[in-house]
Design a protein around this ligand. Sequence first.
Ligand SMILES: *Cc1c(COP(=O)(O)O)cnc(C)c1O
Length: 395
Amino acid sequence: MNPFPRIPGQRLLHSPGPTRLPDEVLHALSRQPMDLADSRLDPIIAACEDGLKRLLNAPQAEVLMYIANGHGAWEAAVVNLLAPGCIALIPGTGHFSESWALQTEALGGQVLRTPWVEGQPIDVAAVAQALRDDRERRIAAVFCVHTDTASGVTSDLQALRAALDDSGHPALFVVDVVASLGVVPFDMQALRADVVIGASQKGLMLPPGLGFVAVNAAAVEVARANPTPRYYWDWGRRIDALSYRKFCGTPPMNLLYGLQAALGLLFAEGLDAVFARHRLLAGAVQAAVQGWSEGGAIGFFCQPPACRSLSVTAVTLQGFEPEAVRRTARERFQVALSGGLGPLAGRVFRIGHMGDLNAGMVLGALAGVEAALQVHGVPIGHGGVQRAIAHLAAD
Ligand SMILES: *Cc1c(COP(=O)(O)O)cnc(C)c1O
């Protein structure tokens, strides 16, 4: 017997990465690869780089793409920026800041962490204090996770920039926007970020497999002076040597076709419209969660409403098994959610609401979640989905 029979209709994918692929992207991905030296590849690579620069507002930066996921792009930042004896200051955001810190340490880097308080964004005062206390200037870079996808908390990047400025510390400002790019506005230039890290499978609506960095001249200079051994990830090599066209090997043609298509969709919709759509849909999801919370078992993991991510909502569940609810949502109602990561394992389920989504899809997903909660007897008050409808209807 086939344990995975075909699902009639669509399964609604509401994981915070990978996200749903638009049909235009699927079609672009399905083209044939071309030979490495075909000059038709050049304008495609250029369009991807230009599009990412436009999305990031990073006209001066170099965009370097890797055949890698977000962890690969993290590794690129670590090995390019941290010379022996240098420290990365990593403000606590939860699972993702801690994963980046562990990866940095595994690569031989030193890490200074600021404490993570559950449900809260980055403690900017603690970051400022750590910078002030670093009189020997051993902190080479601050590695900030904008939206921690595990906790659904978004931190204030402007406040972190201000903390760096006020401290007078020369550390580079490195920002992970893997989970927020294409969802909320980001401006590398205004933020004076030195390095920005992204990946394909979240707001960019592509399959996993393409990680990238945007690096400014200061970051490239630090990398060029850094003796830490590296080859594949090395920014200097990728910028200088155009053999193999910046990919240190075969370019990921199909992902590039897909990226060009995905960026085209974002610009055709208009970035302001894309961001407004995400704000509206996140508001609908969060209105439903607010409604369910009246039953007493459900809540927001992110405490300050203003910090709730527009990409993903982490929903706490007390007295019930989030994994069981998730299984029911997926297998019976065809709504695929995500579970808790790291310290949140078994405590939350997560509803992704980024990418190629619209109001009807979100209402369908919320109804599926509500149905799964009902199956498990979770008290959810009255009118969770109705609140989402009211939110959308009032727009
Ligand atoms: C998903 C994610 C990553 C890691 O990306 P992978 O592609 O899973 O390696 C890093 N940072 C953030 C904020 C993420 O959401």
